[in-house]
Design a binder for this molecule. Structure first.
Ligand code: SF4
Ligand code: SF4
Length: 470
């Protein structure tokens, strides 16, 4: 059921983005129209890129507060107070691309290059398991000699097959360079979770200037990667732009057009959207990028995304400080990384030179500290990985989310996986707070049967059993 307009320049149409920017600038001052958009968005069916761009352009503080309130309501309705936890795992910083904003670019001679062996990966995974992680985002530069797909596939296998005490990595999301349909098929066969690929910027001219060398310099090949991933059988894909590389308005609209294209062509929009901002590291200074965005604007982007694509998970990494993460949590973010190391080998070698980091981490707290903080702010840290293990991916997943039925899985799974964390990894103080949270939240599970089964699983976890899921 494929349709036309499948080339990058067709589905990310430059003229349409410019026209949408002009439309948003004009219509954002039309209070009645903006109110009608908020009414439409309140029905939780999402907004078009033009409509969302208009909301993002609003300057009236009263209306901005309404946007924030609606984002909070939508977040509450679809995601409740649950926050899914994950950590990145850097396999290799060898890269043949020339991305000017990333310290792994090929001509950076300051950064020590490193690639983990399978034994080193096993040790990193054990360290991550000992923190309590169950979900990883695997990261590697593009380098067919050092990091061929075979290396990535072998590493995924090592990760899934590493078990230490009660630890297990149950979902490996993969963030590697754009590749062929055939290679995506091999990744799908390796049972990856989400395939993540940031577009960086949708602005073709800027993209080409920011990617002067290497395979990634091909705008069309990069932009059409998610289409190939889906054709290769990967149901869940994660989009993102790196805010600061181009004007945020352009990239915000481009991102939503990309999501609309995937929905139109494959019947499934992106599983997740990440919202990274440019960070300093090694030979990269974020102040060199004049399109950087303020914290306030960042919060507005998160809120309007939450309204525009209510069914898509929103991810914020440790690039952001505790203060900013606190603000965006309530506005729509549903996944957070915690205790992250953005260095190759950083989980087992704390002395590992920080100069191998892809970006500077702003939130340096341990996972236990982040879990404690989330609990203290009324959130349930969730280590759930149930959906793709139960085959709830792609359109099947989206149907459950759209009907609201997914909450019958997310809520008990959050409590069960939190209980595992508390039993196996939490500090005494966090354990105490977590147990209180579980007891209070059990009461909110409306379905009596689900509640009863969840209670049984919680007791079984105390007796040493693991890995229950709805
Ligand atoms: Fe390589 Fe990715 Fe960094 Fe570009 S952004 S230099 S592709 S690791
Ligand atoms: Fe995510 Fe599915 Fe778990 Fe809900 S049940 S938290 S959607 S994996």
């Amino acid at each position: 059921m494929t349709k036309d307009k499948n080339t990058a320049e067709e589905f990310i149409n430059h003229e349409e983005i410019l026209a949408s920017m002009a439309h948003a600038a004009e219509k954002s001052r039309d209070r009645a129209y903006v109110e009608s958009l908020l009414d439409k968005a309140a029905l939780c069916g999402g907004l078009s890129h033009r409509e969302a761009a208009t909301l993002l352009e609003v300057e009236d503080p009263e209306v901005i507060e309404k946007i924030f309130n609606l984002a909070r309501k939508i977040k509450e309705r679809f995601y409740g107070n649950r926050i899914v936890m994950f950590a990145p795992l850097y396999l290799s910083n060898y890269c043949i691309n020339g991305c000017t904003y990333c310290p792994y670019h090929s001509i950076n001679r300051e950064i020590p290059r490193r690639k983990l062996t399978q034994e080193e990966i096993r040790r990193e995974v054990i360290a991550l398991q000992d923190m309590g992680h169950k979900r990883l985002a695997l990261e590697a530069g593009e380098d067919p000699r050092h990091n061929p797909l075979e290396y990535i596939l072998e590493s995924i296998d090592t990760i899934y097959n590493t078990h230490h005490k009660n630890g297990a990595i149950r979902r490996v999301n993969v963030n590697i360079a754009a590749t062929t349909v055939e290679n995506y098929r091999r990744l799908a066969d390796a049972k990856i979770g989400t395939y993540i690929l940031f577009q960086e910027t949708y602005h073709k001219q800027n993209y080409e200037a920011l990617h002067p060398t290497g395979p990634k310099s091909d705008y069309a090949y990069h932009t059409e990667a998610m289409d190939r991933a889906m054709l290769g059988g990967i149901d869940d894909v994660g989009l993102g732009v790196l805010y600061g590389l181009s004007t945020y308005r352009y990239d915000f609209i481009g991102l939503l057009m990309h999501a609309e294209h995937l929905e139109e062509r494959f019947g499934v929009g992106p599983h997740t959207i990440s919202v990274p901002r440019i960070c300093s590291a090694s030979d990269i200074d974020k102040d060199d990028y004049s399109d950087g965005i303020s914290d306030d604007l960042f919060c507005r982007i998160v809120a309007v995304l939450r309204i525009a694509v209510p069914y898509t998970g929103l991810i914020v990494s440790t690039r952001e400080s505790q203060q900013v993460r606190t603000r965006v949590l309530e506005l729509g973010v549903s996944q957070l990384s915690g205790g992250s190391k953005t260095t190759v080998g950083g989980y087992t070698d704390p002395q590992q030179a920080e100069e191998t980091a892809q970006f500077d981490v702003s939130d340096n707290r341990t996972l236990d500290e982040i879990v404690g903080w989330l609990l203290s702010t009324g959130h349930i840290p969730s280590f759930c990985t149930a959906c793709y293990r139960e085959g709830r991916t792609g359109d099947r997943f989206m149907q459950l989310v759209k009907s609201g039925q997914i909450a019958n899985c997310c809520a008990p799974n959050a409590l069960i996986t939190l209980k595992e964390y508390l039993q196996d990894y939490a500090s005494p103080a966090v354990k105490q707070e977590g147990l209180k949270m579980i007891a209070s939240q059990l009461e909110f599970i409306p379905n009596l049967k689900v509640k009863e089964v969840a209670q049984r699983h919680l007791q079984a976890i105390e007796q040493g059993k693991r890995d229950f899921r709805f």
